[in-house]
Design a protein around this ligand. Structure first.
Ligand SMILES: [Zn+2]
Length: 63
């Protein structure tokens, strides 16, 4: 089963079960709830790369 991480609070998530998501830097980020998604949308650069694997940081530059 694929698992992703909420980049705001660090919670592990199953993407198929998560309704809250946002796109940034060509990647889709998933969130445990609207409050985390809103935080991410306010300052995506602060959170992008914090929740995924190490390759995420390099991909962020294109944004
Ligand atoms: Zn969260």
């Amino acid at each position: 089963m694929e698992v992703t991480t909420d980049p705001v609070c660090g919670m592990g998530l199953n993407p198929e079960d998560v309704g809250e998501q946002s796109e940034y830097g060509g990647r889709t980020y998933h969130f445990c709830g609207a409050q985390c998604r809103n935080k991410f949308d306010e300052d995506p650069a602060q959170y992008a790369g914090a929740g995924g694997d190490s390759d995420v940081r390099r991909a962020d530059v294109s944004a």
